[in-house]
Write a new protein. Structure first.
Length: 341
């Protein structure tokens, strides 16, 4: 007797998490649909057997409805990145876009929605072991929009019975990373890093493959419905320690320079405000959100997802960075060509 293959829709399939998730689903025998924006380079997606490309955006309700119809699970990975942008852009992409996905799930009779959120919903104040009971607090437009998106997900779960799960990863890295790795490589090229509060603040990271594992567990476990889960690699480390691991992985010294937090934060606030006003891109190292995050402890508990879903991080930072740097070296020429286009 032939066993029916489950069908998944992945939004944001060309991004870091979505691309790795799509590959994993195909490897495990899923039928996969990938929502791809009209002008977004699908790249490797066209080469993966078993992936059906659906051209459309989060604002295209018709495309979303077509993509979600008959899907067993929808993995909503698409979101506007954290840094830069106006309030209406964050609302359109992260809030209204999520509502459009939720409507498509209801209309398509989807069996499970797995929504990718972020630990940024807890805000950038000190967190040392914070769990999912921690109150949500907006710190800037990105975290505000992700909180509103989560509220929409839970509203659809409670009012309409949509089986939904929220997954909150911390800072994600891995092959195809277009945010954290470039910033680290820029630091390495300069040979020094400006550290607020001496880099003593705790910071959580997680390898993209471990995030994919958490998403699959959230899609399969019955007890996950209606719940939210933090996802990290489980380690407790400081910003300075992370930079040390990175420097050793590159076999290149990195000089750390201490900067008082009030000075760094004040300058970053001014520069970010000016950039937003004039509409130019501010380097991530000068964004106020980054300075505030780097100046506060950001260490979160993963006890709940371990206990309820059996999640266990598999990739330590040292191994994950080696894999990420090896991928970057292999694709450096292609990445340079893309940046110049």
């Amino acid at each position: 007797m032939r066993v029916r293959r489950p069908t998944a829709l992945v939004t944001g399939a060309t991004g870091l998490v979505g691309s790795h998730l799509t590959e994993r689903l195909v490897e495990e025998g899923w039928r996969v649909r990938a929502l791809v924006r009209p002008h977004s380079p699908s790249g490797w997606l066209g080469e993966v057997q078993g992936v059906q490309l659906v051209i459309g955006e989060l604002g295209d309700r018709r495309a979303l409805r077509r993509a979600a119809e008959g899907a067993d699970v929808v993995f909503h990975c698409a979101a506007r990145p954290p840094l830069g942008g106006r309030r209406e852009q964050f609302y359109r992409d992260n809030v209204q876009g999520t509502v459009n996905v939720l409507d498509a799930c209801l209309q398509g009779d989807v069996e499970r929605l797995v929504h990718v959120s972020t630990v940024d919903v807890y805000g950038y104040r000190d967190h040392d072991g914070a769990d999912e009971r921690t109150p949500l607090r907006a710190d800037g437009l990105y975290s505000w929009s992700k909180i509103e998106a989560e509220r929409a997900v839970m509203r659809y779960h409670e009012r309409y019975g949509l089986p939904a799960v929220i997954v909150r990863p911390c800072l994600i890295y891995g092959p195809r990373d277009r945010h954290l790795l470039p910033a680290l490589l820029e630091l390495a090229a300069r040979g020094r890093a400006w550290l607020v509060r001496g880099g003593r603040a705790l910071i959580d990271l997680v390898y993209v493959g471990d995030v994919v594992e958490a998403l699959l567990l959230a899609a399969e476990a019955r007890e996950a419905v209606g719940q939210a889960y933090n996802v990290t690699d489980g380690a407790r480390r400081t910003v300075r320690e992370v930079l040390g691991v990175f420097a050793r992985a590159l076999d290149r010294p990195l000089r750390c320079v201490r900067v008082p937090y009030p000075l760094a934060y004040g300058v970053a606030r001014a520069v970010s405000a000016l950039g937003d006003l004039l509409g130019y891109s501010v380097p991530s190292a000068l964004r106020w959100e980054v300075i505030k995050a780097m100046g506060h402890h950001r260490h979160f508990s993963i006890e709940k997802i371990r206990r309820e879903l059996g999640y266990e991080p598999r990739v330590a930072l040292e191994a994950g960075l080696r894999r990420t740097l090896a991928w970057h070296d292999e694709h450096a020429r292609t990445l340079q060509a893309v940046r110049q286009e």
